[in-house]
Design a protein around this ligand. Structure first.
Ligand code: S3P
Length: 169
């Protein structure tokens, strides 16, 4: 199977769906954030605080290039990956890009108790999240081959939709 790159806002369900695709279809999973954190020996908030966001974004770009060697892999991308044009170019060489959409309310519910996302600190309310979503919409749209709405669906339904839509491409 061709690689799948999952994009979408923080809390859109990328990691959950990557794991479900692994369980259901035996695809390998690469969690970009987790792999970067492991290699750097630091959490994502520590990388942002100590090295800065541009340094983190460069690591994302390098990892997307490295992953072009993979097959049958789901790449769970960090939410900010599509914001860089170069990243979109590299990601598209990796396989089908699937944008998981979720409403600001759903996102807030998923992220409200976590402190793993430095860009959301102080912004955990529907208005702020809706504003950030709007600001990113155009970039996500430009990067995506497929768009999947996730609100009110379970992981199984979302996986089936992804695989059936990829089959029709
Ligand atoms: C980010 C999303 C995060 C992580 C970092 C920045 C973003 O990943 O890469 O905190 O800019 O949207 P998740 O989308 O997996 O939370």
């Amino acid at each position: 199977m061709k690689n799948i790159a999952l994009i979408g806002f923080m809390g859109a369900g990328k990691s959950t769906i990557a794991e479900a695709l692994h369980q259901k279809y035996g695809m390998q999973v690469v969690e970009m954030d987790a792999l970067i954190a492991k290699r750097e020996g630091m959490s994502i908030p520590e990388i942002f605080a100590q090295k800065g966001e541009p340094y983190f974004r460069d690591l994302e770009t390098a990892l997307l290039v490295e992953l072009q060697e993979q097959e049958n892999t789901v790449i769970s991308c960090g939410g900010g990956v599509p914001m860089r044009e170069r990243n979109v170019e590299e990601m598209r060489k990796n396989g089908t890009v699937v944008w998981l959409q979720a409403s600001a309310e759903t996102i807030l519910n998923r992220v409200k108790h976590s402190h793993e996302r430095p860009l959301l600190e102080g912004k955990k309310n529907v208005e702020a999240i809706a504003g950030m979503l709007e600001g990113r919409r155009e970039k996500y749209e430009a990067a995506a081959d497929l768009v999947i709405r996730t609100d009110g669906k379970d992981a199984e339904q979302i996986c089936e939709e992804i695989i059936s839509q990829i089959g029709q491409e």
